[in-house]
Design a protein around this ligand. Structure first.
Ligand code: MLT
Length: 312
């Protein structure tokens, strides 16, 4: 080590640019959250962070790339709940969440919204269910690929409604939302970090938020429980990962910088405007993140199996 491209000295970390890999499109919800914390983390580390979008296959292409990267702290992955659903959805995933990565810390937990193009006929979530059941052959449901949060939420919706719809995959919900606003696709589930602006501007129709409580930034949107679909509950937890084998001192430095970033009032405010908040400092640790990942892998494997979804 110590050669260029090698690990370098963990005590001197960071000595060059750190790449934060976002496994979905630029401008979408994962990208938004990553860019919110990238600068304050770079400042806390005394280095530079470059954000890179490595999209494809519901976040699994970017995650797979980071799993193979040098374990030196210069390649960091931002991923979300999809880290815990992909093993149940792919026969040949190419990486194992618990053994190919070290967890740095949880970041935020983002509510989802069920939204539609603004001229889509159904007015309420109950109307939406009736409409999609009557028009299952024509209605289109957007998502960001198998393994994305929007895909999981879409599965839960179809399972709760008892319907199978035509799904339209994108590389991220950034481009999916553009098509929804443009009327090319009918509806989707997506995170408030991507949808709050368009909902508030009336450019899309919002039926419900997928959390037990209403979201403060969208006070008029009912919860799925209020709107009659209590089984549709999902919060999109995000966390930072580095390849397994990264020196523990480096992981600790990243975790500390994450906690500093999440305590930054500007970050708290930006997140609040988009319906979310930083996790508590105790959750922005590798240990809490790993425990959450383990629990979620078990939870979603069962839900996905119970829903009768075949791995592809
Ligand atoms: C994105 O950043 O595009 C999303 O997080 C996609 C998703 O998981 O639905």
């Amino acid at each position: 080590s110590g050669e260029s491209g090698g690990g370098g000295d963990p005590a001197g970390y960071p000595e060059r640019n750190i790449t934060f890999v976002v496994p979905f499109s630029a401008g979408g919800p994962t990208d938004t959250v990553t860019r919110m914390i990238a600068e304050p983390m770079a400042a806390a580390l005394g280095g530079r962070v470059v954000v890179q979008n490595v999209e494809g296959a519901g976040g699994t292409v970017g995650a797979g790339e980071v799993a193979q990267a040098e374990p030196d702290g210069y390649t960091v992955l931002m991923h979300h709940i999809g880290m815990s659903t992909a093993p149940a959805l792919y026969k040949n995933l190419g990486y194992a969440p618990l053994t190919d990565f070290a967890t740095v810390g949880l970041v935020t937990e983002v509510p989802m919204t069920v939204i539609a193009r603004k001229d889509f006929a159904p007015a309420t979530l109950a109307d939406l269910v009736t409409h999609v059941k009557a028009n299952a052959g024509e209605v289109t449901l957007a998502n960001a690929g198998i393994g994305a949060a929007s895909h999981l939420c879409g599965l839960l919706f179809q399972s709760a409604a008892g319907v199978k719809l035509q799904e339209v995959p994108y590389q991220g919900t950034g481009p999916a939302l553009t098509d929804l606003v443009g009327g090319q696709v009918d509806f989707m589930c997506d995170q408030t970090t991507n949808t709050t602006g368009q909902i508030s501007a009336g450019e899309v129709k919002a039926y419900a938020v997928t959390t037990p409580e209403r979201v403060r930034s969208l006070p008029d949107v009912p919860t799925t429980a209020e709107a009659g679909m209590p089984r549709l509950q999902v919060s999109v937890w995000h966390g930072l990962y580095v390849p397994a084998g990264t020196p523990p001192e480096v992981v600790q430095k990243l975790s500390g910088a994450l906690r500093t970033a999440l305590a930054d009032p500007a970050v708290v405010e930006q997140m609040a405007k988009l319906g979310t908040a930083p996790v508590a400092a105790a959750d922005a640790t590798g240990e809490a993140h790993r425990a959450r990942l383990e629990e979620q892998l078990t939870t979603w494997a069962k839900v996905i199996a119970d829903a009768g979804v075949e791995a592809s």
